[in-house]
Every structure is written in C-alpha cells, then in structure tokens.
Ligand binder design. Structure first.
Ligand code: ZN
Length: 350
C-alpha cells in the first residue's frame, strides 16, 4: 500500500532539487532538458505520480493530486522566469557583438541653407541698407538682352570672354551674366533705379578649381542724375566691410575694359588675412580681386531709351562663391556644387 506521506516527501524532494537546477541553469538548451526531465511522460515526477492509482482513499487521492498540481505550477513559473532571463542574456550578447564603434552618433540632422544662398541673402540684406531692391530675370535669354543691348554687337571680340552654350535658332542662350537683368529693369522702370540682381549664369568653361560651367553672380545698378565713381567706391567699401565683418577693408579701382561700362574697373579689396602686408592667399600683393564695375556706357543707356545727357549710373558685379572662398579660405569652387554634407554642414547656422 502506498503511503501518502512517502509520496509527498518524494515530491517535495523533487521540487527542491528541480528549483535548484532551474535557478542555476545558464543556457536555454539545459533548461529544455530540465523541463522534460521533470514534466515528460517518463519524468521522475510522473513516475512518482503513477503510484497514485494505488491509493484507495479518495480524500488522500485528492490531497496528493492537489499537491502535485501546485508543484507543477511552481516549477512551470520558475522555468518560464529563468527562460526569460536566459533569453535576455542571449539578446544582449548578440547586441554586444553587433555594436560598430565606427558608426557616427545618431543625431537629428536639421537641414540648413546652402552657403551660396546664405551669402546671397547677406548681399541682398547689405545692399538693402542702401535702398537697393532685388531684381530678377530669365536664365534663358535672347542675344539682344544678353549681348547687343549691353554694347556687345554680333561680331564684338569681347564675346569670346563669355563663351556659352549657344542655340542658333531664335538666338537664345543660357545667360552668361546677370547684366541682362539690368537691361530688362531699365526698360521697365524709369530712373532713379537702384537694384541688386543675384542669380545663376552659364559659361562654356573647363571645370577646374576656379571655374564651373554654372555659377552665381550678383550685379548692382544705380541710375540717377548725379551718380558717380565716388558713390560706387563708397557703397562697395561699406558693403564689403559689412559682408566680411572687417572695418579695415579698403578698395582699389584698377582700370579695365568691359563693353558695357566706361570707364571700367577691376575692384580689389584689402586682403583680410594680411591686411595689405602680403601673404600666400593674395600672392603677396596685399589685395584681392573681388568685383568688376564702372560707369554705365552711354550707348547702353541709349539702347534702353534713357538719355545719357540727363542720367548716368554705375554698375558692378561679382560672385558670391568668390566672397565665400575668400572669407573661408576655400581653394576649390567645385566644393560648392558637389553636395558633400561634410563640407556644407560647416556653414550651418545655429
Ligand atoms: Zn594677403
């Protein structure tokens, strides 16, 4: 006859043994084996419980049944707790293996304006202080607006300085300079005129450190009755001092030739790095060439029905890229167009 006390004692011993094994188990395979050892058909607990049928007393049968169910529940809970612990350990081990310390820290990257756009905004802002309004025009121009109205007739040799992608039909072309905007403005508006015209222009250039087939220009135009070279120099000096945030900058006008201005000048600014003493950046000249300009040619005024006996004006133009390159000591203009975020993010405004 099976003694219930012996059965319960055997089950209790198995419970302590199983709990010890489950809690000290350190891998999922072993845990699976422990589960089958204590719960499988051939398990030790099953063998003990198979003796229940020999118990005649129903209340004792019930008692041992309840005890064995409780034991099963305790062990199941313990196995599932240990299973979770071991699974988490394995997941963390996999994560440790997959960490790539060369990866950059993830940050929320916020976009910013392109440095050329930022410089154009600055130019517009600074010339705005002098009452210049922004003017714009089409990038595809006719020969007349781009050349003839600016005193560059069909066979003018100076056209070679601005070789572009020319479409013979209809005499249209990508504009080579933003000067065409000056013509369009003078035809549309009566003097006094005071505009700044930034925009893209196109030339047939070999791509190198200083040339790209597309680049930006900003051009200014002032037409009034008493406008003179002194005004040109003084406005540009103040504007460049503001753009470069350097009050020591002076300007130097060197005689040059442009078909649409007379007299014409190359306009140099004091080298901001050596303040005129001479350095590598300015090739020891102490000056940096930044713009071109001059007094508007009387023939250009006549072409747009402005009487040069009453009005005169000056015009100037340069490249925002050139200002950025000088300001930030950048040697290759192509960097602005390669969309390399490592380069562009240096100009991010915070
Ligand atoms: Zn210098």
């Amino acid at each position: 006859m099976t003694n219930i006390k012996v059965l319960i004692e055997s089950l209790s011993n198995k419970q302590s043994e199983a709990l010890d094994r489950i809690q000290s188990c350190n891998n999922l395979n072993d845990l699976r084996q422990i589960r089958s050892k204590y719960f499988g058909k051939e398990s030790e607990i099953s063998k003990i419980l198979s003796n229940i049928r020999d118990i005649k007393d129903d209340s004792e049968k019930k008692q041992i049944g309840e005890y064995s169910n409780k034991l099963k529940n305790i062990l199941e809970i313990e196995i599932s707790k240990q299973e979770n612990i071991l699974k988490n350990i394995e997941i963390n081990k996999d994560l440790d293996k997959s960490i790539d310390i060369s990866l950059e820290k993830y940050t929320n990257n916020i976009g910013s304006l392109h440095p050329i756009t930022q410089m154009i905004d600055k130019i517009v802002e600074v010339f705005g202080y002098f009452g210049f309004s922004v003017a714009s025009g089409p990038e595809i121009e006719t020969d007349w607006f781009c050349f003839q109205a600016l005193n560059l007739n069909i066979n003018h040799p100076a056209r070679d300085m601005q070789d572009t992608f020319y479409i013979k039909e209809n005499h249209i072309l990508p504009r080579t300079h933003t000067s065409s905007v000056q013509i369009r403005t003078m035809l549309k508006e009566k003097p006094p005129i005071r505009i700044i015209a930034p925009g893209r222009v196109y030339r047939n250039e070999n791509q190198d450190q200083r040339h790209t087939f597309m680049f930006y220009q900003y051009e200014g135009l002032v037409i009034d009755k008493t406008t003179n070279i002194s005004d040109l120099k003084s406005i540009l000096t103040t504007a460049l001092r503001n753009i470069f945030d350097n009050s020591d900058i002076e300007l130097r006008l060197r005689h040059s030739y442009f078909p649409y201005t007379e007299p014409s000048f190359e306009i140099d600014a004091t080298c901001m790095l050596c303040l005129g003493k001479g350095c590598n950046v300015c090739s020891n000249k102490g000056w940096l060439e930044l713009l071109g300009g001059g007094m508007v040619h009387p023939q250009v005024l006549r072409n747009v029905d402005i009487d040069p006996n009453i009005y005169q004006g000056f015009a100037f133009g340069g490249g925002p890229e050139r200002l950025l390159m000088v300001k930030n000591m950048i040697e290759d203009t192509r960097l602005f167009y390669e969309n390399d975020l490592k380069f562009l993010s240096q100009f991010r405004k915070i």
